[in-house]
Ligand binder design. Structure first.
Ligand code: G3H
Ligand code: 13P
Ligand code: NA
Ligand code: ZN
Length: 308
């Protein structure tokens, strides 16, 4: 059966590594991730956004994840990514998800605490764990001054208050990462001092890093080589991710790198084998590319191979 993240986070915290949380929305993505985790003997979190749930139909998605659990025998958690209100969290809990994220980070602190607490109460009554978010992820597109942007980074004092008042199981922090393929215009920078302050305030408590794709240059280049247009795409350097994983960060979210691997691979097939029209030829290649990316993440970013 699906598991919660309790045990995996405890071991990850103590072992100085992190668990990969990868976004899913179709069969090939699920299979690529799970085959990689199986070969690396690593636990894994499959996460679904509200739009992915709508795209794939929850009934199909859940059956495929159940098949992945049965087929792999791995500890797998099924997690709602960025649930924006109580209702979507409740829906996913009732559907059998083992973990949900309530992201009320756009609201003022008191409101965020109130909404998160409501989700925690319901989730815990059903044996489901909850991730919340405090602070806002920096967006490279935001034309705001660094000082203004830093004001939206997670405040360590507030993090302590938030965790104790809500009873949440893990917390996503804002230390300079952002979603998507365009994370930095200039030099990449994460606020590790802030991360250290947060973990000092909350010893033993698992933290989560969103927006953690490396935006792997090989796939950006391949996309561009075969007709794509991804100029100036830049992600988080691998050494920084590795450092975060060695600290209190126990869950690292990656979606963009899988999207890029899939798209680059399909573009390559289309460009180099124009006579091909069997979807299995390009989706199969994409699945294999995703598998290789996830293996690379497990070994070189997360450090969680051979942990089960
Ligand atoms: O954090 C966002 C994830 O990459 C999912 O994005 O809402 O387009 O599925 P999505
Ligand atoms: P990336 O866009 O960096 O892959 O981040 C994904 C994420 O945080 C999903 O919640
Ligand atoms: Na860690
Ligand atoms: Zn995210």
């Amino acid at each position: 059966p699906l598991v919660t993240t309790k045990e995996m986070f405890k071991k990850a915290y103590e072992g100085g590594y992190a668990i990969g949380a990868f976004n899913i929305n179709n069969m090939e993505i699920i299979q690529g991730i799970v085959e990689a985790a199986k070969e690396e003997k690593a636990p894994v979190i499959l996460q679904v956004s509200a739009s992915a749930l709508k795209y794939a139909n929850p009934k199909y998605l859940i059956k495929m994840v159940e098949a992945a659990v049965e087929d792999s025998g791995l500890p797998i958690a099924l997690h709602l990514d960025h649930g924006e209100n109580f209702e979507i969290c409740k829906t996913c809990i009732d559907l059998g998800f083992t973990s949900v994220m309530i992201d009320a980070s756009k609201y003022p602190l008191e409101e965020n605490i109130k909404i998160t607490k409501q989700v925690v109460e319901y989730a815990h009554s059903k044996g489901v764990v909850v991730e919340a978010e405090l602070g806002k992820l920096a967006g490279v597109e935001d034309e705001v001054k660094v000082s203004a942007r830093e004001a939206t980074f997670t405040d360590p004092e507030e993090a302590y208050e938030f965790v104790h008042k809500t009873g949440v199981d893990s917390l996503a922090v804002a230390i300079g990462t952002s979603h998507g393929a365009y994370k930095f215009k200039g030099e990449a920078k994460l606020d590790f001092e802030r991360l250290e302050e947060i973990q000092k305030k909350l010893p033993g408590f698992p933290l989560v890093l969103h927006g953690a794709s490396a935006v792997m240059p090989e796939f950006v280049e391949k996309c561009n080589r075969y007709g794509g247009k991804l100029e100036g795409a830049q992600g988080i350097p691998v050494e920084m991710l590795r450092k975060a994983a060695s600290m209190a960060i126990c869950k690292i979210n990656m979606d963009t790198d899988l999207r890029l691997a899939m798209t680059a691979t399909i573009r390559e097939v289309f460009a180099t084998k124009p006579e091909e029209f069997d979807p299995r030829k390009y989706l199969g290649a994409a699945r294999e590319a995703i598998k290789q990316v996830v293996k690379d993440k497990i070994v070189n970013v997360l450090g969680c191979s051979n942990t089960i």
